[in-house]
Design a protein. Sequence first.
Length: 149
Amino acid sequence: MTPNTESPDPIRIAFMCVQNAGRSQMSTAFAERERTRRNLEDRVEILTGGTHPADRVHDEVIEVMGEEGIDLSDRTPREITRAQLQSCDYVATMGCSTLEVGDVGEDVDVRDWSLEDPDGRDIEQVREIRDEIERRIIALFDECIGPVQ
Protein backbone atom coordinates (compact mmCIF):
# COMPACT_ATOMS: atom_id res chain seq x y z
CA MET A 1 0.00 0.00 0.00
CA THR A 2 1.31 3.46 -0.79
CA PRO A 3 1.78 6.08 1.93
CA ASN A 4 -1.31 8.15 2.72
CA THR A 5 0.09 11.67 2.51
CA GLU A 6 -2.66 13.48 0.59
CA SER A 7 -5.96 12.51 2.23
CA PRO A 8 -7.41 14.99 4.73
CA ASP A 9 -8.99 12.10 6.65
CA PRO A 10 -6.94 10.61 9.46
CA ILE A 11 -5.45 7.17 8.98
CA ARG A 12 -7.09 4.77 11.44
CA ILE A 13 -5.00 1.89 12.73
CA ALA A 14 -6.25 -0.81 15.11
CA PHE A 15 -4.24 -3.30 17.13
CA MET A 16 -6.22 -6.27 18.36
CA CYS A 17 -5.83 -9.63 20.03
CA VAL A 18 -7.95 -11.81 22.25
CA GLN A 19 -7.27 -10.34 25.70
CA ASN A 20 -5.94 -6.86 24.83
CA ALA A 21 -3.57 -7.35 27.75
CA GLY A 22 -0.17 -7.81 26.12
CA ARG A 23 0.84 -7.53 22.47
CA SER A 24 -1.93 -5.17 21.37
CA GLN A 25 -1.28 -2.93 24.39
CA MET A 26 2.44 -2.75 23.55
CA SER A 27 1.61 -2.10 19.89
CA THR A 28 -0.76 0.70 20.81
CA ALA A 29 1.75 2.34 23.14
CA PHE A 30 4.54 2.22 20.55
CA ALA A 31 2.16 3.53 17.86
CA GLU A 32 1.16 6.43 20.12
CA ARG A 33 4.81 7.22 20.71
CA GLU A 34 5.63 7.00 16.99
CA ARG A 35 2.65 9.21 16.14
CA THR A 36 3.90 11.85 18.58
CA ARG A 37 7.52 11.50 17.42
CA ARG A 38 6.42 12.16 13.84
CA ASN A 39 4.04 14.97 14.87
CA LEU A 40 1.04 13.14 13.40
CA GLU A 41 -1.49 13.54 16.22
CA ASP A 42 -4.00 15.06 13.78
CA ARG A 43 -3.32 12.51 11.01
CA VAL A 44 -3.32 9.12 12.75
CA GLU A 45 -6.01 7.62 14.99
CA ILE A 46 -5.14 4.54 17.01
CA LEU A 47 -7.61 1.97 18.32
CA THR A 48 -7.03 -1.13 20.40
CA GLY A 49 -9.09 -3.90 21.86
CA GLY A 50 -9.67 -7.58 22.26
CA THR A 51 -12.34 -10.09 21.41
CA HIS A 52 -12.43 -11.32 25.04
CA PRO A 53 -10.64 -8.65 27.13
CA ALA A 54 -8.73 -9.61 30.27
CA ASP A 55 -9.22 -7.82 33.58
CA ARG A 56 -5.84 -6.10 33.44
CA VAL A 57 -2.67 -5.68 31.40
CA HIS A 58 -0.14 -8.45 32.10
CA ASP A 59 2.41 -7.53 34.79
CA GLU A 60 5.39 -8.58 32.67
CA VAL A 61 4.17 -6.30 29.85
CA ILE A 62 3.87 -3.35 32.24
CA GLU A 63 7.42 -4.07 33.45
CA VAL A 64 9.12 -4.26 30.04
CA MET A 65 7.29 -1.23 28.69
CA GLY A 66 8.35 0.68 31.80
CA GLU A 67 11.94 -0.04 30.77
CA GLU A 68 11.16 1.94 27.59
CA GLY A 69 9.70 4.83 29.58
CA ILE A 70 6.11 3.88 28.74
CA ASP A 71 3.71 3.44 31.66
CA LEU A 72 0.91 0.96 30.96
CA SER A 73 -0.12 0.53 34.60
CA ASP A 74 -3.22 2.70 34.15
CA ARG A 75 -4.44 0.95 30.98
CA THR A 76 -7.41 -1.38 31.00
CA PRO A 77 -8.08 -4.02 28.36
CA ARG A 78 -11.20 -3.27 26.36
CA GLU A 79 -13.37 -4.87 23.74
CA ILE A 80 -13.17 -3.83 20.11
CA THR A 81 -16.21 -4.06 17.87
CA ARG A 82 -16.55 -5.12 14.26
CA ALA A 83 -17.85 -1.62 13.44
CA GLN A 84 -14.69 -0.08 14.91
CA LEU A 85 -12.52 -2.45 12.88
CA GLN A 86 -14.52 -1.69 9.72
CA SER A 87 -13.78 2.02 10.20
CA CYS A 88 -10.02 1.41 10.05
CA ASP A 89 -7.54 1.61 7.23
CA TYR A 90 -5.23 -0.95 8.85
CA VAL A 91 -5.87 -3.68 11.42
CA ALA A 92 -2.93 -5.56 12.91
CA THR A 93 -3.81 -8.78 14.68
CA MET A 94 -1.24 -10.25 17.01
CA GLY A 95 -1.35 -13.86 15.86
CA CYS A 96 -4.29 -15.07 17.89
CA SER A 97 -7.18 -13.92 15.76
CA THR A 98 -9.32 -15.56 13.15
CA LEU A 99 -10.19 -12.16 11.71
CA GLU A 100 -10.60 -12.36 7.96
CA VAL A 101 -10.75 -9.56 5.41
CA GLY A 102 -14.37 -10.49 4.76
CA ASP A 103 -15.16 -9.82 8.42
CA VAL A 104 -14.23 -6.15 8.15
CA GLY A 105 -14.48 -5.35 4.46
CA GLU A 106 -12.22 -5.22 1.46
CA ASP A 107 -11.08 -1.65 2.18
CA VAL A 108 -9.36 -2.63 5.43
CA ASP A 109 -5.76 -3.84 5.22
CA VAL A 110 -5.68 -6.73 7.75
CA ARG A 111 -2.27 -7.98 8.84
CA ASP A 112 -1.55 -10.94 11.09
CA TRP A 113 1.70 -10.26 12.90
CA SER A 114 1.92 -13.79 14.39
CA LEU A 115 3.63 -12.67 17.59
CA GLU A 116 4.20 -14.92 20.59
CA ASP A 117 1.89 -14.30 23.55
CA PRO A 118 3.89 -12.68 26.39
CA ASP A 119 1.56 -14.01 29.09
CA GLY A 120 3.52 -16.30 31.40
CA ARG A 121 6.81 -15.87 29.50
CA ASP A 122 10.06 -15.05 31.24
CA ILE A 123 11.05 -11.40 31.19
CA GLU A 124 13.74 -11.81 28.51
CA GLN A 125 11.23 -13.41 26.11
CA VAL A 126 8.79 -10.56 26.78
CA ARG A 127 11.56 -8.06 25.97
CA GLU A 128 12.14 -9.82 22.64
CA ILE A 129 8.43 -9.63 21.82
CA ARG A 130 8.41 -5.94 22.81
CA ASP A 131 11.39 -5.17 20.59
CA GLU A 132 9.83 -6.98 17.62
CA ILE A 133 6.61 -5.02 18.09
CA GLU A 134 8.52 -1.74 18.13
CA ARG A 135 10.25 -2.65 14.83
CA ARG A 136 6.92 -3.53 13.22
CA ILE A 137 5.30 -0.28 14.38
CA ILE A 138 8.08 1.81 12.85
CA ALA A 139 7.85 -0.18 9.61
CA LEU A 140 4.06 0.22 9.54
CA PHE A 141 4.34 4.00 9.97
CA ASP A 142 7.03 4.14 7.28
CA GLU A 143 4.70 2.28 4.91
CA CYS A 144 1.47 4.14 5.78
CA ILE A 145 2.85 7.65 6.17
CA GLY A 146 6.30 7.51 4.64
CA PRO A 147 9.71 7.45 6.32
CA VAL A 148 10.75 10.14 8.76
CA GLN A 149 12.25 13.05 6.83
